[in-house]
Design a protein around this ligand. Structure first.
Ligand code: HEC
Ligand code: HEC
Length: 480
């Protein structure tokens, strides 16, 4: 003990103090630069839906400045010119972030996605027009698979390194005005760590490469959850399905949720949405998501923006009453319930993708949290969804396999077997987005109904009506 006393001991104490101070500063700076969370708050529920964090920055969020410059550094991995816009990502005039993207400081600014990236529809009356945004509508243009593949390919490129990302003519140094310290952090930590994370991300999505492409407006909603979050073995299921609208959820109270009705609780569905988008058990912003839930309950479905022949629609309402209301009218006996797949006859891949094993694993994953999932389940069919805002839900059916309502009421063998998705100019005659012709081909993704999970068969209701009755029925459907 003698060595700790006297002058030597005093010196040691002084050195100790300096070391503690130094380490303390390091920990403090480290915390400030990497962990400090600055909450974002949007007072408007609509802005919150579009841009507010749902906690998704934690797992799959990119450092914001890297995310911003990436399309200019690796444009060859995007499907076309125009940066992120080529993936169906849209900016509202005057906004820093595109719709469906959040920015949050966790040490440094990070980017995440929000519900709105998939749940905001756009439409145009003519190719020259700017799009009209319909928040909570199903996006027909966002190409999630293209976005994921862009990040994967960029990370694999040898130029994905600190020199190129910081100092090339489109690099971060030129857009962000970083301090000397921040540049060092990007060079030695943030860029190399992001590269490692993205290469893991690349590996964890390789199952997508051997299945039919999803294309814009469709995703494989639960396979990433099964393989990446729940750790289930990679299987051969294909879950490609169309985006759904979130408007008017209040009136859907008691309906089964998701195309196959795998949920019955809106709260759980919303939280599961956020986990699927990159939130973790810890980062899940339960309060922020409750605000989203409150918002989507009340948003009214969008009114049909073109003329309606009300007299014809009245005739159509009687046909609807006879042929459709039991499954689709509010108050219908079977509306919002799961109709067995054998009865409805549509493609069964999406249904088979969600398994009892996945249900059990998701329940176990949420156990012990105050947001525990108890309603999630396995079903045997597809939900007879409410048809509110139907005009803007094209292409139709759970896999988006039928481009327009006119096509849906054709007998299955006469429905188009090839068309283009992802072009948002509306055709009020067929009731759906324009899906053929040079413009649709240029902007769109070729949908081939012969590929697995893309079948356009089944749902034969209304196909045997006379042409006149079909026209009247469609006129009525414009009013929903
Ligand atoms: C990456 C795209 C994407 C994001 C982001 C996303 N969703 Fe979805 N959502 C979908 C798709 C696709 C479906 C239908 C999937 C299926 O059942 O096959 C869906 C279905 C739903 C449904 C069921 C609707 C109904 O009427 O049955 C709800 C509710 C929902 N999402 C809420 C949310 C919320 C809340 C968020 C944000 C926390 C969110 N979603 C984020 C793509 C997305
Ligand atoms: C026995 C119940 C049942 C009857 C009757 C029925 N449907 Fe459906 N409908 C469903 C189910 C289930 C789905 C979802 C099927 C799928 O996506 O695989 C559906 C889907 C739809 C869709 C696609 C919705 C979307 O967002 O893509 C439309 C449109 C539709 N039905 C219209 C009608 C019309 C019009 C009638 C009457 C002529 C009718 N249905 C009769 C059960 C029914």
């Amino acid at each position: 003990m003698a060595i700790f006393s006297g002058k030597f001991g005093k010196n040691l104490t002084a050195i100790g103090l300096v070391v503690v101070l130094f380490l303390g500063t390091l920990v403090g700076v480290g915390w400030f630069k990497f962990l400090r969370e600055v909450p974002t708050f949007y007072a408007s529920p609509e802005q919150h839906f579009n841009y507010g964090s749902i906690g998704a920055e934690a797992r799959d969020g990119m450092p914001y400045w890297m995310w911003l410059v990436l399309p200019r550094l690796f444009p060859e991995y995007l499907p076309g010119p125009g940066g992120y816009a080529s993936l169906g990502i849209s900016w509202e005039p005057g906004e820093e972030l595109p719709i469906g993207f959040s920015k949050k400081v966790i040490g440094f600014p990070r980017q995440g996605i929000t519900c709105a990236v998939c749940h905001t529809a756009t439409y145009r009356n003519s190719p020259e027009e700017n799009p009209t945004f319909v928040y909570t509508g199903p996006s027909s243009r966002f190409n999630l698979q293209g976005y994921i593949n862009f990040l994967r390919s960029s990370a694999r490129d040898p130029r994905f390194n600190a020199d190129y990302i910081l100092n090339s003519s489109n690099g971060i140094s030129y857009v962000a005005g970083l301090s000397w310290l921040d540049k060092q952090l990007y060079r030695f930590l943030i860029i190399p760590i992001t590269k490692t994370i993205l290469l893991n991300f690349d590996e964890s999505f390789s199952w997508m490469d051997v299945r039919p492409d999803q294309g814009p407006g469709r995703i494989a909603p639960f396979n990433p959850v099964k393989f990446r979050i729940l750790g289930l073995p990679i299987d051969d299921t294909i879950g490609n399905s169309d985006m759904m609208p979130l408007w008017n959820e209040q009136q859907h109270e008691g309906f089964a949720l998701h195309w196959d009705g795998l949920e019955t609780s809106l709260t759980e569905t919303a939280l599961e949405g956020a986990l699927g988008d990159g939130a973790t058990q810890k980062s899940l912003d339960v309060e922020g998501i409750a605000r989203v839930e409150d918002y989507i309950r009340k948003v009214p479905p969008p009114a049909y923006p073109y003329a309606i022949d009300t007299q014809l629609a009245e005739t159509g309402s009687l046909i609807f009453e006879n042929s459709c209301a039991s499954c689709h009218a509010f108050g219908g006996e079977r509306t919002g319930t799961v109709i067995p797949v054998e009865e409805i006859g549509t493609d069964r891949h999406r249904l088979d993708m969600w398994t009892q094993e996945a249900v059990d694993a998701y329940k176990a994953y949420s156990e012990g949290y105050d947001w525990e999932f108890t309603e999630i389940r396995k079903t045997n069919g597809y939900v007879s969804v409410a048809l509110d805002g139907l005009w803007l839900r094209s292409p139709y059916l759970h896999n988006g396999s039928v481009p327009s309502l006119v096509d849906l009421f054709e007998s299955p063998e006469n429905r188009p077997t090839e068309f283009y998705r992802g072009y948002d100019v509306y055709d009020p005659v067929k009731m759906g987005f324009i899906s053929t012709g040079p413009e649709a081909e240029k902007a769109g993704f070729r949908y081939d109904t012969s590929l697995p999970a893309n079948s356009n068969q089944g749902h034969v209701y209304g196909t045997d009506l006379s042409t006149q009755d079909k026209t009247a029925l469609i006129e009525y459907l414009k009013m929903l």
